[in-house]
Design a binder for this molecule. Structure first.
Ligand code: FMN
Length: 338
């Protein structure tokens, strides 16, 4: 069985280890959604930390799809140059970098009108969304494809489609937020139809050798949400449409947070991996290096994403490698510390 610090190759990209810096919203951009000094310093320091792959935060494909008015965006060509600086710096220091493309749907906290599969607000703190019609579905599919093309232009190695945490694509997948009576609602086959359009459009927009990930919520923590059987059906469809990695998180489509503990989301990744044979990433309180390594060695996930652990220690992957007695290769200016 592979180990956490073994390389992995997906399509044309080889990652030096299986550690991922999980996407983390910074809410530090201006209303123009462009990279500024915060992003250069934050992502720059993460790029030196030894992960096989780092993700840039959920980045909006449409202005009305921002989680907040301080999100990064790739909805316009003007946003490419700044984010390309982040990519170039990561590459200069040998780190693969991806971007998570997202649309918040009914969880958008912006001043413009917001959209969703059905007119069901997320909570009393959010706007009531406008139901997406065919024309707007087309527009959002095109926006994902256009943002993916901009990400390729910026030089990213990987695209992750955000299909988790109660954002737009998750809203389609879930009977809690999707009560449509047209071809996009009702059965699991119908509920996956729009997310699948997005996956296909992104796959088509990027080169064949570029891996595409999708993040999903493996459980909704609600008796009225989708089931693991539904999720397996969704994942099979995504894999058939050319997704390379299922990145398995959970929750976000109801306002209550689940109980969390070390490795609490591993069973969802494991179940999806076993049912579909997919390459999966697991995330969620896996910042104990021994645990992260065990998850990979036991074949429960192929890659491990760490979020808060990297905020506490930007060099988490180097720290973990030392703990696991693996060779540590730090950037030349830091070598005297090792
Ligand atoms: C500050 C912060 C921002 C986050 N932003 C995102 C995001 O943009 N996209 C996403 O999929 N998850 C986001 N998450 C969730 C993390 O990627 C991760 O799944 C979660 O924190 C659990 O991992 P951890 O226990 O290693 O922190 C965020 C988490 C934190 C702490």
């Amino acid at each position: 069985m592979p180990e956490l610090f073994d390389p992995i190759t997906l399509r044309g990209v080889t990652f030096k280890n299986r550690v991922i810096v999980s996407p983390m919203c910074q809410y530090q951009a201006g209303p123009d959604g462009r990279v500024n000094d915060w992003h250069i310093v934050h992502y720059g320091s993460l790029a030196l930390g030894g992960a096989g792959l780092m993700f840039v935060e959920a980045t909006a494909v449409e202005s009305r799809g921002r989680i907040s008015e301080r999100d990064l965006g790739l909805w316009s060509d003007e946003q490419v140059e700044g984010i390309a600086r982040v990519v170039n710096f990561a590459h200069r220091w040998g780190t693969k970098i991806g971007v998570q493309l997202g649309h918040a749907g009914r969880k958008a906290d912006v001043s413009e009108p917001i959209v969703a599969p059905s007119a069901i607000p997320f909570s009393e703190h959010y706007q009531k969304p406008v139901v997406l019609d065919e024309e707007n579905l087309d527009a959002i599919e095109r926006a994902f494809a256009a943002a993916a093309k901009r990400a390729v232009q910026a030089g990213f190695d990987v695209i992750e489609i955000h299909g988790a945490h109660g954002y737009l694509l998750h809203q389609f997948l879930s009977p809690l937020s999707n009560q449509r009576t047209d071809a996009y609602g009702g059965s699991p086959e119908n509920r996956v139809r729009f997310p699948l359009r997005v996956v296909r459009a992104v796959r088509e927009a990027v080169p064949d050798d570029m891996p595409v990930f999708i993040r999903v919520s493996g459980s909704e923590y609600s008796p009225d949400g989708y089931t693991m059987d539904d999720m397996i059906l969704y994942c099979r469809a995504f894999l058939e449409a050319g997704v390379d990695v299922i990145d398995v998180s959970s929750g976000g489509n109801v306002p209550v947070a689940p109980k969390s503990y070390a490795g609490y989301q591993v069973p969802f990744a494991d179940a999806i991996k076993r049912a579909t044979g997919a390459v999966v990433a697991s995330v969620g309180m896996l910042d104990d290096p021994l645990l992260a390594d065990a998850v990979v060695q036991e074949g429960r996930a192929d890659m491990v994403a760490v979020a808060r652990g990297f905020l506490r220690d930007k060099h988490w992957a180097h720290t973990a490698a030392r703990r696991l007695n693996k060779p540590v290769s730090v950037p030349q200016p830091y070598q005297r510390a090792y």
